[in-house]
Design a protein around this ligand. Structure first.
Ligand SMILES: Cc1ncc(COP(=O)(O)O)c(C=O)c1O
Length: 418
């Protein structure tokens, strides 16, 4: 998969054109992956690969930031979508496929007694918090510092957020990851005011090593939630289906009240879901949260097909094995070139960081990998899919090795710590 005379002329020209009519040219989270030297627009995609508008081919380690899990243009999923499309998509009534999808989730996800649907992950996290507040009659939300749950105003932390009011976060308490004492202190400081605790199953922030739950962490959190009637929400929007198909919580041995899914659940078709326990079913019925497109039947059919296929191929196991091999290969390549590559997070969503060098050196390495046909980003966890192959690992490692060679000796970049 060698790139011949890598150039991004057409991408750059489209980017300039886009800037005329689209603020920033590329917006939202996609804007953070735009690099001067890299591609900006794709022309087509298949399996674990995509081609940019200059016809450079990439093995994709970003998977559209998670949605692609079985491979782009997966025939089975696209056929399920097409069949439903022929019957109808957005109609004045819901389609029975909605029930089939809810049944599939309830069968598959151990903590699920019911399911509701939205479009984006942020729909399911917003709805989860509303349900928790409705059920408890309390206002406050505990979240993990820098934990991302979508763009709703109350979920955005930090001072430099144009359009966000300081008061938007008035009822949100942020604590550090893996810190049970901080959780207890927040509960003590706000007795009978905490509606819910929302957290991803493990910590996957940007620009920082990802961190798995400490031994006993989730059990202690679960116990405290039960004791204080706090609704326990797992935001599985990103990690969902890449750790355990029954819910990432199963891997960590605890049971939440609500689980938010999105991203991978329909292999790229637009749909998200909130699943929950019977105890919260009434509150889930009482809360009003909806959207014009929530009842699209095509993504529901695609989601049902995706979930069944994930089960059939034992996808989480497959991606974990692939991720482990990939990470081993990359660490070896880095060592061989005198670099120390730190890998964190789960194998199916690896976060990479070159140790003891400045961030710009890490980005330079990523840029060189991209030029050699491996789509990666420097600040975010990566994603693998069931469509990635052994050959991809070889190509990725070859590209990574060449990228290190281009950078040259690690000694020239070495700093005390990074
Ligand atoms: C953990 C997590 N929760 C929620 C969201 C929001 O999902 P969406 O962008 O689909 O609204 C994301 C998106 O990246 C996420 O990673």
């Amino acid at each position: 998969m060698k790139q011949k005379n890598y150039n991004i002329t057409e991408s750059q020209s489209l980017f300039n054109k886009a800037k005329e009519v689209i603020p920033g040219g590329i917006f939202g989270h996609y804007k953070y992956s735009v690099r001067d030297s890299g591609p900006k627009f794709f022309s087509r995609a298949k399996d674990a690969h995509f081609w940019d508008v200059d016809d450079n081919e990439y093995v994709d380690l970003i998977c559209a930031y998670g949605p692609m899990i079985l491979g782009y243009n997966h025939p089975l999923i696209d056929q399920a979508a097409r069949t439903q499309y022929d019957l109808g998509n957005t109609v004045s009534l819901a389609s029975p496929v909605m029930i089939e999808l809810a049944e599939t989730l309830v069968d598959m996800v151990s903590a699920a007694d019911w399911a509701l649907f939205g479009k984006n992950g942020g729909d399911s996290t917003t709805l989860a918090v509303m349900i928790a507040r409705a059920a408890t009659g309390r206002e406050k939300v505990i979240k993990i510092r820098d934990g991302y749950h979508g763009v709703t105003a109350w979920m955005q932390e930090g001072d430099d957020r144009p359009g966000i009011l300081p008061s938007d976060g008035d009822h949100v308490l942020a604590i550090d990851w893996n810190d049970v004492n901080a959780f207890e202190a927040a509960i003590a400081a706000h007795a009978d005011e905490i509606a819910c605790f929302i957290s991803t199953p493990y910590d996957h922030p940007v620009f920082r090593d990802n961190s798995l739950p400490a031994d006993g962490y989730w059990n202690q959190i679960e116990t405290l939630c039960r004791k204080h009637d706090i609704v326990l929400i797992v935001d599985d929007v990103r990690a969902g289906f890449r750790i355990n198909l029954s819910g990432s919580n199963v891997a960590y041995g605890f049971t939440p009240d609500l689980i938010c899914f999105g991203k991978a659940m329909a292999n790229g078709y637009p749909i998200s879901a909130l699943v929950g326990s019977d105890a919260l079913k009434q509150a889930a019925e009482d809360v009003y949260y909806t959207g014009t497109q929530f009842f699209n039947a095509v993504p529901m059919a695609a989601a049902k097909a995706t979930l069944l296929e994930l089960q059939r191929v034992d996808a989480a196991k497959q991606m974990t094995e692939f991720g482990n091999k990939l990470n081993e290969g990359l660490v070896k390549v880095a060592n061989a070139h005198g670099y120390d590559l730190v890998v964190s997070g789960i194998p199916a969503m690896p976060y990479y960081r070159l140790h003891n060098v400045e961030r710009k050196t890490h980005f330079a390495w990523i840029d060189e990998c991209v030029k050699r046909g491996v789509y990666m980003v420097g600040y975010h966890n990566h994603f693998v899919s069931t469509a990635h192959t052994e050959k991809d690992i070889i190509n990725i490692c070859d590209a990574a090795a060449e990228a290190f060679s281009v950078l040259g000796s690690a000694d020239q970049y070495r700093i005390e710590s990074s």
